[in-house]
Design a protein around this ligand. Structure first.
Ligand code: AMP
Ligand code: ZN
Ligand code: FE
Ligand code: FE
Length: 287
């Protein structure tokens, strides 16, 4: 049985381990196929591919996009993204610029709440990666403003808290359209109880190809429900640990190796991607 985890993060976004280290840990726990799905970047893919070649781990080039669904922000995983695709790179560069502007606003809100944190403190955590709230949270911990990451989100960064700043999000169809043109496959990530028949049907109508069935935030019963809905709606089932290489204050992310998917699900994703003609982009090179 191949062990497959299609949702992993690295220091290219808000994970704490470099992509090559993520791959080494994946090999150590017996994973044979992984997707690197950093937020708004594919910058970690070449290093992950190179390490994967050394350890016999197949690495799928992925990305996790934030998009606006009818009910609010959701995340779309994309798999089998091509290398050096100008349309993808410019889209992602724009998303990362918006993340930086948002980090700046978060810092301003923190200041209004009496918390002295500079943008440089945050950028010292993200170090050129796609910047996100976890970097702000780590900066707050390092500066001694809060005890731990959970407190940073609970007091300042979580939705409805004083320093929460919503992202400016692209529409679902913008990302699914881009992915389709690039020959990539998309799946709605960790929808939890929002994975209703109505919501999934709507996402499918907006061009989403699959749905994350297995995720640490999905209990067994919820996963079975989503799997049945995926079959009914002809959405490809997928899954992964959403491992960020760190401890998870909410318990919503699994340890590495804790969430895997059947070979058959990967086979369906592979066939679907093969049937979707990509534009003529160059292949990834490990580096
Ligand atoms: P962002 O993309 O900047 O909105 O940050 C989202 C990231 O923050 C995701 O990786 C989440 O797992 C993480 N996150 C969101 N809420 C929390 C929380 N309450 N505690 C810890 N991590 C969180
Ligand atoms: Zn993340
Ligand atoms: Fe996510
Ligand atoms: Fe994720």
């Amino acid at each position: 049985m191949t062990r497959v985890d299609l949702h992993l993060h690295s220091t290219a976004s808000d994970g704490v381990l470099p992509p090559e280290t993520v791959v080494r840990h994946a090999a150590r726990v017996g994973l044979r196929v992984i997707a690197l799905t950093d937020h708004d970047t594919v910058a970690g893919v070449p290093a992950a591919l190179a390490e994967g070649q050394r350890h016999g781990v197949r690495v799928i080039a992925g990305c996790e996009f934030s998009v606006a669904a009818a009910w609010g922000e959701i995340h779309l995983l994309a798999y089998f993204l091509p290398a050096a695709a100008p349309a993808l790179e410019s889209f992602l560069a724009d998303q990362r610029e918006k993340r930086l502007a948002r980090a700046h606003k978060i810092v301003e809100r923190l200041e209004q709440s009496g918390v002295a944190l500079s943008l440089d403190d945050v950028l010292a955590e993200s170090r050129g990666a796609a910047v996100g709230r976890p970097h702000v949270a780590r900066a707050l911990v390092r500066r001694g403003c809060v005890e731990d990451l959970a407190a940073a989100f609970a007091r300042y960064l979580g939705k409805g808290k004083p320093a929460f700043v919503a992202k400016q999000l692209p529409r679902v169809s913008e990302v699914t359209g881009l992915a389709r043109r690039l020959g990539a496959v998309t799946a709605a990530a960790h929808l939890k109880e929002l994975a209703t028949r109505g919501n999934l049907a709507r996402l499918r109508a907006e061009g989403v190809d699959g749905v994350e069935v297995r995720h640490p935030a999905h209990g067994d019963e919820l996963a079975r429900t989503i799997e049945a809905l995926a079959a009914e709606l002809d959405l490809l089932p997928t899954g992964g640990s959403d491992w960020h290489g760190d401890e998870d204050p909410r318990g919503e992310r699994g340890g590495l190796g804790s969430v895997t998917i059947p070979d058959a699900w990967l086979g369906r994703l592979d066939s679907f991607a093969a049937s979707r003609q990509g534009s003529a982009e160059v292949a990834w090179e490990a580096s």
